[in-house]
Design a protein around this ligand. Structure first.
Ligand SMILES: *Cc1c(COP(=O)(O)O)cnc(C)c1O
Length: 431
């Protein structure tokens, strides 16, 4: 049975009977929307309707869909090789990507581990931190410290540093490693920072630093755990505290990386650099699954000269040529454009376009940072109802809980963005 032989009804029937979707029920899920193609900022449904994409497929498709430059990069690489193992072998696209990433991330990051997905990049980061301290003879430093309302992925290591409530830690408490949680950053992006805003974090560092391998945090934007934008000064102070207490700093830039917040990497808002950085999502412009974990030479040397003599990780599809080739093309495409101006323009348009939502009784708050627009509702939205209303209005966004948010592809036109915002506000007024 070839794909083209399936009718929409057949696809939906198979989907309902057999396919898990992200964070979905297998017995009580609303039907999925069948998408047959996508181009620019438009998703085409099987029934012919076209939706303006406000999600960039979860932060990833920054250049929109079906981009000729990225298509060509994939086709060219396909004709050379789509994959080859990375043990004992290297290849041009991986080398090019590693050099690109080292060049564009903050200076002390110079070693690159290329993996398959964001969660794995986080696993790798955690493992690097733990193996580093073990290797230099401080194996008691094997716990992590993080903030509430964080999101770092769905695998076990990553899950153990996600928000305990939204991550439903109690279900997995017998198998999850126990780490330390403190209050989320108490100072919003545009508020002025005071020491009390980081008091909880500081107290935990003071109390536990002997056992702490690293602090892990999403810089500036806490994404899936609450779409919370916090002060760069918090991050600057956190860097100082980590140094003071000899604890590594892992920054998870998987959602924020590649320009989304108005800086290429969100840590640039605070002019700091981490010891370990995780990248993913937009790294291939949303084409293929790929992620990277960067670290400093101090960490790579510590690990390499320790008991194991090597870093204990090596996924089968590590450094995949097809994905790394598209990543190079996507990053070069981004850098070849006035992306700062583009993101600043989207920010302004989002502020303007979403502002009317502030007047709705259902809305608690509207906030915008870079190419991210968030409307926090007073009550959780009814997903099944609101999703259909949004699709009927011709836009694709995917709210969760009280959060209705958009992070459109950077290529969106002013006109489409105005439509997107107006439709979102209209649908929210119906809730
Ligand atoms: C999406 C995300 C992850 C997990 O990435 P996956 O590719 O879904 O495994 C980790 N951290 C942050 C901040 C993310 O937004």
């Amino acid at each position: 049975m070839s794909n083209s032989a399936l009718s929409t009804e057949q696809i939906l029937a198979i989907d309902k009977a057999h396919i898990w979707h992200p964070y979905a029920s297998m017995t009580d899920a609303p039907p999925s929307y069948p998408v047959v193609s996508a181009k620019g900022v438009r998703l085409k449904l099987a029934d012919g309707r076209e939706l303006i994409d406000g999600m960039s497929s979860w932060w990833a498709a920054i250049h929109g869909y079906n981009h000729p430059v990225l298509n060509q990069a994939a086709k060219t690489q396909l004709d050379d090789m789509s994959h080859v193992m990375f043990g004992g072998i290297t290849h041009p696209p991986a080398a090019k990507l590693a050099k690109l990433l080292v060049d564009i991330t903050p200076a002390p990051l110079s070693k690159v581990f290329i993996s398959d997905s964001g969660s794995v990049a986080v696993e790798v980061a955690i493992k690097m931190a733990l193996q580093y301290w073990y290797s230099i003879g401080r194996k008691e430093k094997n716990q992590l410290l993080t903030v509430r309302n964080g999101y770092h992925g769905d695998t076990f290591g990553a899950m153990a540093v996600c928000d305990p409530t939204t991550g439903m830690h109690h279900i997995f408490q017998d198998v999850l490693p126990q780490h330390h949680f403190v209050a989320q950053p108490q100072c919003r992006f545009d508020e002025s920072f005071e020491e009390q805003h980081i008091a909880d974090m500081k107290a935990a560092l003071e109390q536990h630093h002997q056992q702490l391998a690293a602090v892990i945090i999403e810089p500036i934007v806490q994404g899936a755990g609450g779409m919370h934008f916090y002060s760069p000064a918090y991050l600057t102070r956190l860097r100082q505290l980590c140094d003071e207490y000899d604890v590594l700093l892992i920054l998870d830039e998987i959602a924020t990386g590649f320009g989304r917040t108005g800086k290429l990497f969100a840590c640039e808002h605070a002019n700091i650099s981490p010891d370990i950085m995780c990248l993913g999502k937009a790294i291939t412009g949303g084409y293929l699954s790929l992620a990277a974990t960067l670290c400093t030479e101090k960490i790579s040397t510590g690990i390499s000269q320790g008991e194991a003599g090597c870093f204990m990780h090596g996924p089968t599809f590590m450094g995949n040529p097809l994905a790394t080739a598209v990543a190079c093309a996507s990053i070069e495409l981004l850098l070849s454009q006035p992306w700062q101006r583009v993101v600043a323009n989207i920010e302004q348009q989002l502020q303007q376009g979403l502002k009317p939502a502030q007047d709705l009784a259902q809305v608690a708050e509207v906030r915008v940072l870079g190419a991210i627009g968030v409307i926090e509702m007073k009550e959780a939205v009814n997903m099944a109802t609101i999703q259909k209303q949004l699709v009927d209005e011709g836009v694709w966004i995917r709210p969760f809980g009280k959060l209705v948010y958009t992070m459109p592809p950077f290529i969106i036109s002013d006109e489409d963005l105005a439509t997107l915002c107006a439709k979102i506000v209209k649908v929210l007024s119906l809730q």
